[in-house]
Design a protein around this ligand. Structure first.
Ligand SMILES: *[C@@H]1O[C@H](CO)[C@@H](O)[C@H](O)[C@H]1NC(C)=O
Length: 434
């Protein structure tokens, strides 16, 4: 089963490699009235290159009004107005609106030639979507679309990253440096406390190193796309590392949640089950992410994959919380019955903190980052990435700090005062239901 998952994952990688920011899309016998292609944030010196070939229309009637079939650029705001115009009956086709920018309509198509090329300069800085509209009922269109959108930099180089994303390579690189430093620090701590380390501490090292490598590849991948418009090689590494990072991170959260290796040397059956759910789901989530990134919104399956990704992600995030809850329950029961109540209480507090931090981390990196992405102007899209990476960094640092190897482990050595305070707390705990 696992092998099948892995195989399909790598197969999906290979098939999707030819796509990148310079986009090649095949449209086959499509009668959708609106097909959105890529979205791009232009600066004042932007350009759209559009080469379309192998155009075939299902209806060859020369009376057909082909001015109702074509490509245009449109911002999100003006799209809403266009929809309003259509609703109010002012126009019948999006291509008739004065709020859009015509790129090419098919009435300009030369007789007998199934292809055209346009170079469209875009000097109004904004975020535009390239859209294909087909307002003729029952006309099916087939074509190969090659599109590239880029901004011209001051030194006349092309920048294929959207206006709000152009500094992302630097952001990723900076964070990867931070994680490499963290990994070095962690090795130092492991070496100094080598008598009290558990296996989980090596696992944590692996997670940090994978995160650093993942960010490094993402930085290189993005800067390659920025320069050339296509991803080349680095995107494979990037996907492999984000796949490994995703799996190890979720496994780590589950393992720490169960207290594996520092509370007990084994996993219970139900805890293993959580892992067996989370790991394959992470595989699916990564496959969905690859498809989403590489195909763009023109594909009919794009939305489906987006939903699959969201669903799987939510399930994973909920699943990792269970082991922590079980541990908290066990510790509470032990604290009530055990003589060493205070010791267990310390652990209980620790696990409770961990529970809250995991929830905050999940909430922040999913909901808040998504909200930021939606509300910020296209020019500041990188801020949502920055916020997400900062939250992730805080989570890694918290986890490392709270579960670091301790020479004199504070969870096991407690003086009398603390024990009294802890017993006091235990009474309060009774009222606190999870
Ligand atoms: C479009 O065609 C021109 C001329 O053949 C070529 O230079 C350019 O790279 C093509 N652009 C894309 C995006 O395919």
């Amino acid at each position: 089963m696992a092998r099948l998952f892995l195989f399909s994952f790598f197969a999906s990688l290979l098939f999707s490699l030819c796509f990148a920011e310079i986009r090649y899309s095949d449209i086959r016998s499509d009668d959708r009235p609106i097909i959105p292609f890529d979205e791009f944030g232009f600066t004042h010196k932007g350009q759209l290159e559009l080469n379309v070939s192998n155009i075939q229309l299902s209806n060859q009637n020369p009376d057909l009004d082909l001015s109702k079939v074509g490509f245009f650029l449109c911002t999100r705001d003006s799209w809403l107005h266009v929809l309003q115009q259509i609703e109010d009956g002012e126009i019948t086709c999006a291509l008739q609106s004065d709020l859009i920018k015509h790129v090419f309509t098919f009435n300009k198509l030369q007789k007998g030639q199934g292809k055209f090329s346009v170079l469209f300069p875009e000097n109004d800085a904004d975020q535009y979507t390239l859209v294909f509209a087909n307002c003729l009922n029952s006309l099916k269109v087939s074509m190969d679309v090659n599109s590239a959108m880029y901004n011209i930099e001051r030194n006349n180089n092309r920048d294929y990253l959207s206006a709000g994303k152009t500094i992302l390579p630097r952001v990723y690189f900076l964070f990867s440096l931070i994680y490499f430093v963290l990994a070095g620090l962690w090795i130092h701590v492991l070496y100094k406390k080598r008598l009290t380390i558990f296996r989980i501490h090596f696992f944590m090292l692996a997670v940090v190193v994978l995160k650093a490598l993942n960010l490094l590849c993402e930085a290189e991948d993005k800067s390659y796309i920025k320069r050339t418009g296509s991803a080349h090689g680095w995107d494979v590494l990037f996907y492999i590392f984000s796949f490994l990072k995703g799996i190890t991170l979720f496994t780590l959260i589950v393992l720490i949640g169960t207290g594996w290796s520092f509370l007990k040397p084994y996993l219970q059956d139900k805890e293993k089950k959580v892992l067996m759910i989370v790991i394959p789901l992470q595989v699916v989530a990564n496959m969905a992410q690859v498809v989403i990134d590489e195909t763009g919104p023109y594909g009919q399956d794009w939305i489906t994959w987006k939903q699959v990704f969201l669903l799987v992600d939510v399930v994973c995030c909920c699943a990792v919380l269970f082991p922590i809850v079980w541990s908290i329950k066990n510790l509470r029961e032990a604290a009530k019955t055990d003589g060493k109540a205070a010791v267990n209480l310390m652990k209980l507090t620790l696990f409770r903190q961990y529970y809250i931090v995991v929830i905050c981390y999940i909430y922040f990196t999913r909901v808040v980052v998504y909200a930021l992405e939606t509300i910020t102007s296209y020019k500041y899209l990188w801020t949502s990435v920055l916020a997400g990476e900062l939250a992730t960094l805080a989570f890694y640092v918290f986890t490392g700090y709270k579960f670091k190897p301790e020479a004199h482990n504070p969870y096991f050595v407690i003086d009398d005062d603390e024990e009294e305070a802890a017993a006091e707390q235990l009474k309060l705990e009774d009222e606190f239901e999870l």
